[in-house]
Design a protein around this ligand. Structure first.
Ligand code: SIN
Ligand code: MN
Length: 296
């Protein structure tokens, strides 16, 4: 479903657009059921908070999980993504940020495009994020902070630091892989307080508060962050990054693993709009036991 002209204009001007309660509660429920199965599995596609036990994020599950694969092809998000980017799109990145109750850690101030440009060789910021809320995001559970309009600054070219990484992936032994510095609480290209102070005095600041099922489309150069979650409320979200099929990254040395940055450039074809709710019916028929097909 395309965005209206007004919605598209809001996106272009402020660098994001929030679409409240876009997915139904049944669609959210099936995704949360899947997430709880995936979180309990040991996997190198999973990043752990620095407490050594809380799951921080899950990556690349659109390739091996039917429900999340379906989400990436859902017309409610693929069609606006194509409209925003202006061409066909493919899934560049898929992640689920958990931000668990009481222990979910921060995301420092950053822009996304600098990672994709410098570390992955993406030619242009012809790319968009769709953040789907699986739980309510409120003032208590570390909502996303954004600086509206900050995408107009384009990529703020800073030098990445080499953080001392406290985060480990679930089953790694020895030193964590270098790509973890793009996903841990100590982000590689985080913006310093002076830059943030200046940007906030120029553009202001806001936080995204919305119910589960809402979707936020945001620009890859919007400056954003979030605090830790000391509330009793979880704050899980799925973030799908759609890149233009005309903006394929250049070949680089040491590319990040495929589950972080996909090398499958095939254009996404939208499914029927009831694709996710069909999974919910299967789930209900099995008396809320996840059918094998879903949990694999
Ligand atoms: C991100 O920047 O990718 C995540 C931000 C958040 O989940 O708060
Ligand atoms: Mn980000």
């Amino acid at each position: 479903m395309d965005l209206t002209k007004e919605q598209l204009e809001i996106y272009r001007n402020q660098g994001f657009i929030l679409l409240p309660e876009y997915f139904s509660s049944a669609e959210v429920e099936i995704m949360k059921a899947e997430l709880s199965v995936l979180s309990a599995k040991k996997s190198s596609q999973k990043i752990i908070e620095k407490d050594g036990k809380t799951v921080r994020s899950l990556h690349g599950y659109h390739t091996n999980n039917d429900v999340f694969n379906c989400l990436t092809r859902h017309p409610l998000i693929v069609e606006p993504a194509m409209q925003i980017v202006g061409t066909q799109v493919y899934v560049y990145q898929f992640k689920i940020n958990i931000k668990a109750a009481f222990s979910g850690d921060i995301w420092k101030w950053h822009q996304d495009y600098i990672y994709w440009c410098k570390d992955d060789g993406m030619p242009r910021p012809q790319v968009v994020n769709a953040m789907c809320l699986l739980e309510d995001m409120n003032e208590f559970n570390g909502p996303l902070f954004v600086i509206p309009g900050s995408h107009q600054e384009e990529m703020i070219d800073i030098i990445g630091h080499n953080p001392i990484v406290a985060t480990t992936s679930a089953n790694s032994s020895g030193d964590p892989p270098t790509w973890i510095s793009s996903f841990s609480a100590n982000l590689k290209y985080s913006l310093n307080p002076k830059i943030i102070t200046d940007l906030v005095s120029k553009y202001g600041i806001t936080s995204i508060k919305a119910a589960a099922g809402s979707v936020l489309f945001f620009d890859s150069n919007i400056v954003h962050a979030s605090t830790n979650n000391i509330s009793p409320f979880g704050r899980s979200t799925v973030i799908i990054t759609y890149n233009s099929t005309e903006n394929i990254p250049l070949a680089i040395k040491n590319p990040r693993p495929d589950f972080l940055v996909s090398q499958n450039y095939q254009a996404v074809t939208p499914l029927a709009s009831d694709a996710l709710s069909q999974f919910f019916r299967l789930y209900e028929d099995s008396q809320n036991e996840l059918p094998e097909i879903l949990a694999r």
